[in-house]
Unconditional design. Structure first.
Length: 133
């Protein structure tokens, strides 16, 4: 793993949270996109090397909607940049981590992604991200 790629924050409203984080970080949202397969709309902000991904559910059955119902708005996951997502997935499986998907899938911000089950990582949902080239 190279670095923290971003921190994902579950929100009820991208517009409302976007206004807060744009003021807080003194920067503009640089990308908004929908990931239909995950039932989520995302907005990205960057301040220096640090990125925040705001996540709004697009349907009541999405993972983000369920997260907010259970825990409320707040930090949803931490994502790490990797050079080879397949190799990193194999390494983590060999170390005993439980992955939420067997193959990487297309995520937001031009990334291949895979999630590590929170029960494998002290209650933290971990995302692996590899830039699609």
């Amino acid at each position: 793993m190279n670095k923290i790629e971003h921190i994902g924050i579950a929100v009820n409203s991208l517009e409302a949270a976007g206004n807060i984080y744009q003021k807080l970080l003194s920067t503009a949202i640089y990308k908004i996109e929908e990931v239909a397969s995950e039932g989520v709309k995302t907005a990205f902000l960057q301040n220096g090397p640090n990125k925040i991904e705001l996540l709004e559910a697009t349907n009541p059955d999405s993972p983000i909607a369920k997260f907010i119902t259970k825990k409320g708005e707040g930090i949803h996951h931490i994502a790490f940049d990797v050079d080879d997502i397949h190799a990193e997935m194999a390494r983590l499986k060999a170390e005993g981590f439980v992955l939420l998907n067997e193959e990487p899938k297309k995520g937001a911000d031009n990334k291949l992604v895979c999630f590590v089950h929170p029960k494998s990582a002290n209650g933290v949902l971990v995302e692996l991200c590899q830039e699609i080239v």
